[in-house]
Design a protein around this ligand. Structure first.
Ligand code: ADP
Ligand code: MG
Length: 297
C-alpha cells in the first residue's frame, strides 16, 4: 500500500533531530503503527523526490534483519515524510535513560557485542547490496527493541547520492566524523569510503560502553574537529573490565589512517564479532526489558 498524509493519526512524539522530528503515528487504513520522520522540503523538489524515490526502492525491498523497514514516503506543502517501522528506542535515548536511572557504567559488553554484530551486518549489507554508504552512523541511528532486534536507520540520505546537488553539503554529525572526512587528503574530490562509517561505529561504541562521549571539546564544533584530527584516537580503558577482544575491535575501528582501517569483511572475522554472533539476541531483550520497560509500559 502507499502512504498518504490523510491516513495518519498522531499517537506520540518520538524525538527530534537536526533535520526534523519523528512522530509515532497510526496508519488508519491498516492499523499499522509507524514512526514518521518529517523533514523540511528544500527548494529543489523534483530532485528531492527523485532521491526519496530512489531511497524507498532501496529500503522497501531489502532482506536484512538489521535495516529498518520502510513503508514509503509522502510529501506535504512544507515537508517530506518518511514512514518507518517503529522500534522501542534508539541508543542515544537509551543513554539518557541510563543516566536518569543512575545505572553505573555503560551498556554491558555482552549487550553491546550483540548490538555491534547487528550494526556491522546491516552496514555490510547496505554496501554489498546497494553500494550505499551510511554516512551518519551514531547512537541515535541505531535502534533496538524489547525482542532484542537491532536495526540501523537514516542511511543513505546522503549516501549513494553524493553527486546530487541537494545534498552536496556533508550531512554527517561532526562528533562521529572520521579524520579523513573532516580533513580530506584530496579537497577537490573527496572519496567517501565505508571506512568513515567504521570510525563512527568505533566512537559510538566507546560512548555506549562508558555512557560518555569520548572527546572533550564538544562545545565548539571547530575545536572538536581539530581534536579529532590532531589527537590520538580514543580507546577503551581495559582497567574498566572490557575484554581484550572488545578493546582491540574498537582500536582497529579507530585507526586514524583510513588506508589501514579495516572494512566490514575483516571486521566480521574479528573474534569480538565471532563471539557475539554465537550469542542469542535475548541478551539484548533481557537487559532492555528488565531495566527499561517497566516504567514506560
Ligand atoms: P537524529 O539526528 O537524532 O538521529 P532523527 O530526526 O533521525 O534525529 O530522529 C530523532 C529521534 O527519533 C531519534 O533520536 C530516535 O529516538 C527517534 N526515532 C527515529 N526513528 C525511529 C524509529 N523508527 N522508531 C523509534 N524511534 C525513532
Ligand atoms: Mg536519525
Amino acid at each position: 500500500y502507499s502512504v498518504s498524509q490523510v491516513d495518519f493519526e498522531n499517537l506520540s512524539y518520538l524525538g527530534e533531530g537536526a533535520c526534523g522530528n519523528v512522530q509515532l503515528m497510526k496508519h488508519t487504513p491498516t492499523g499499522v503503527k509507524m514512526a514518521v520522520k518529517r523533514m523540511r522540503r528544500t527548494q529543489d523538489m523534483r530532485e528531492q523526490m527523485r532521491i526519496f524515490t530512489d531511497l524507498n526502492i532501496v529500503i522497501k525491498q531489502h532482506q536484512c534483519p538489521h535495516i529498518i523497514n520502510s513503508y514509503g514516503a509522502y510529501v506535504t506543502e512544507q515537508d517530506v515524510c518518511i514512514c518507518m517501522e517503529p522500534m522501542d528506542t534508539c541508543l542515544d535515548k537509551l543513554q539518557k535513560k541510563m543516566r536518569e536511572k543512575k545505572i553505573v557504567g555503560g551498556v554491558p559488553e555482552n549487550v553491546l557485542g550483540k548490538i555491534t554484530v547487528g550494526v556491522v551486518r546491516g552496514l555490510d549489507y547496505l554496501k554489498r547490496q546497494y553500494s550505499v554508504i551510511h554516512r551518519d552512523v551514531k547512537p541515535s541511528n541505531i535502534l533496538i527493541d524489547r525482542h532484542g532486534q537491532v536495526k540501523i536507520c537514516d542511511f543513505g540520505i546522503a549516501g549513494n547520492l553524493v553527486d546530487s546537488r541537494v545534498w552536496t553539503r556533508d550531512q554527517g554529525c561532526p562528533a562521529y566524523m572520521s579524520p579523513e572526512r573532516i580533513d580530506p587528503p584530496d579537497q577537490d574530490s573527496p572519496s567517501y569510503d565505508i571506512r568513515a562509517d567504521v570510525w563512527s561505529l568505533g566512537i559510538s561504541l566507546i560512548e555506549l560502553a562508558n555512557c560518555k562521549y569520548p572527546y572533550n571539546n564538544t562545545a565548539v564544533q571547530f575545536s572538536l574537529m581539530t581534536e579529532i584530527i590532531n589527537s590520538p584516537s580514543p580507546t577503551l580503558d581495559p582497567t574498566l573490565g572490557f575484554s581484550d577482544d572488545f578493546v582491540d575491535f574498537v582500536g582497529i575501528c579507530l585507526i586514524k589512517d583510513v588506508s589501514l582501517r579495516p572494512k566490514y569483511e575483516r571486521l566480521l572475522q574479528h573474534p569480538f564479532i565471532k563471539k557475539y554472533e554465537a550469542v542469542d539476541k535475548s541478551v539484548i531483550a533481557d537487559w532492555y526489558t528488565s531495566n527499561f520497560l517497566d516504567q514506560e509500559n
